[in-house]
Write a protein that binds this ligand. Structure first.
Ligand SMILES: Cc1ncc(COP(=O)(O)O)c(C=O)c1O
Length: 396
């Protein structure tokens, strides 16, 4: 039986593939150090789990309104007002089934076949595929390593055409842990004034910022930015709720209503008791729970970047956000290690896993073949062990 062209055009997620292979080895009893996973190693805070249990016990087990329960939309609008300075009404907020779903549905709602989407490289692996699934075309922009792989106003200006439908921004970023400064974002916003270009601002790592890094929502830059931005966020990373599948989007009312129409046919509401738990997640305990994790991630990111930079032939910028290091390892390409040829990032990740039992994600699916991604969402002990192994493997 046939498989659609659409489905055939989409490869499986590279990050999920590496994690799956590492899990397979672990299941065989192999001692693998996993730097592949894009999820916090902390459990969901207890107060959130309790809220889900209470919700189930109270019989909150039926369908809700497709875009989410009104209380949660209201609480998200209040969070966006208080923390981000964004005056969205609850009707301008939709609760989705994970941040990934927010990205997919937002693109489905506002892009037409042939529209161009400006996508700075490196990018999160899911963006090119969701752009393709919307029938649109990714216009990938080469960014400069010396500028922490960030899009400049001149590059944005040069990329704009009358077909441009959207600019995708992700700060703090996956895979790099890079963050734009408020001034850098303001300069990009200025370039878009007078255009009809949406900005998809994926702010899922908003809470995970380090050192003196400042976070600002793109939509908070100006009235013009507010009117063109789809602000995406979710509960997975900040609250360690990856398995709960809860994301949200806020933006222009027409776009959010369009997402709501799609959602009403594609998935209906996000899981009911998970929404009640999310409501509680945003309550007064939120900041304490997030800060504990943030402080730990900051320590780990520093240690990982320092250790990577101490390995000959590896260059790694210290992450200013998220929980990833994205070192350039390309000076090792062309070598034969332990009898295996390491020609590119795919080989690097594969051979490293098979020989040294360390799981990293190749940079190629993120658009940067010189790099590999290491997640520091794992214990300090695992970081030390994995980097000892990597160092030894490269010294062969
Ligand atoms: C940049 C970015 N956006 C969105 C997501 C989606 O998160 P989830 O679907 O788990 O909520 C991820 C997860 O890896 C991400 O890295």
């Amino acid at each position: 039986m046939k498989i659609s062209q659409r489905a055939q055009s989409v490869p499986p997620s590279a990050t999920i593939a590496v994690t799956a292979r590492a899990k397979e080895l672990k299941a065989q009893g192999v001692d693998v150090v996993g730097f592949g996973a894009g999820e916090p190693d902390f459990d969901t805070p207890e107060y959130i789990k309790e809220a889900a249990v209470k919700s189930l016990q109270a019989g909150q087990t039926k369908y809700t309104a497709a875009p989410g329960i009104p209380e949660l939309r209201q609480a998200i609008a209040a969070k966006l007002q208080k923390e981000n300075g964004l005056a969205y009404t609850p009707e301008q907020v939709i609760v989705n089934l994970g941040g990934k779903h927010s990205v997919y549905e937002a693109m489905q709602a506002v892009l037409d076949p042939g529209d161009e989407v400006i996508l700075p490289r490196p990018y999160w692996v899911t963006y090119p595929e969701t752009i393709k699934l919307a029938g649109a075309v990714a216009k990938v922009i080469e960014t400069d390593k010396a500028n922490s792989y960030k899009l400049t106003p001149d590059q944005l200006q040069a990329a704009l055409t009358d077909k441009t439908g959207m600019l995708v921004l992700n700060s703090p970023s996956n895979p790099g842990g890079f963050t734009y400064t408020p001034d850098e974002l303001a300069a990009l916003a200025k370039v878009l004034e007078g255009t009809n270009v949406y900005v998809m601002s994926d702010e899922i790592y908003e809470k995970l910022i380090y050192g003196d890094t400042k976070f600002i929502s793109f939509a908070a830059l100006s009235d013009d930015a507010f009117s063109r931005t789809l602000t995406l966020n979710g509960f997975s990373k900040a609250f360690s709720m990856t398995g709960w599948r809860l994301g949200f989007t806020a933006g222009p009312l027409d776009a959010i209503k369009a997402m709501g129409r799609l959602q009403s046919h594609m998935t209906s509401n996000p899981v009911t008791f998970a929404q009640y738990a999310a409501l509680r997640a945003l309550g007064p305990e939120a900041n304490g729970a997030i800060e504990t994790m943030r402080v730990e991630f900051e320590k780990r990111g520093k240690v990982m970047a320092d250790r990577l930079n101490a390995i000959p032939g590896i260059e790694c910028a210290e992450p200013t956000g998220a929980f990833y290091c994205f070192p350039d390892v390309s000076s090792h390409y062309g070598r034969t290690i332990g009898g295996a040829k390491v020609a590119d990032s795919m080989d690097f990740a594969k051979v490293l896993l098979e020989q040294a039992k360390v799981a990293v994600v190749p940079g190629a699916p993120f658009g940067c073949a010189d790099n590999v991604r290491l997640s520091f969402a794992c214990s300090m002990e695992q970081i030390t062990k994995g980097l000892d192994r990597l160092e030894k493997w490269l010294a062969e």
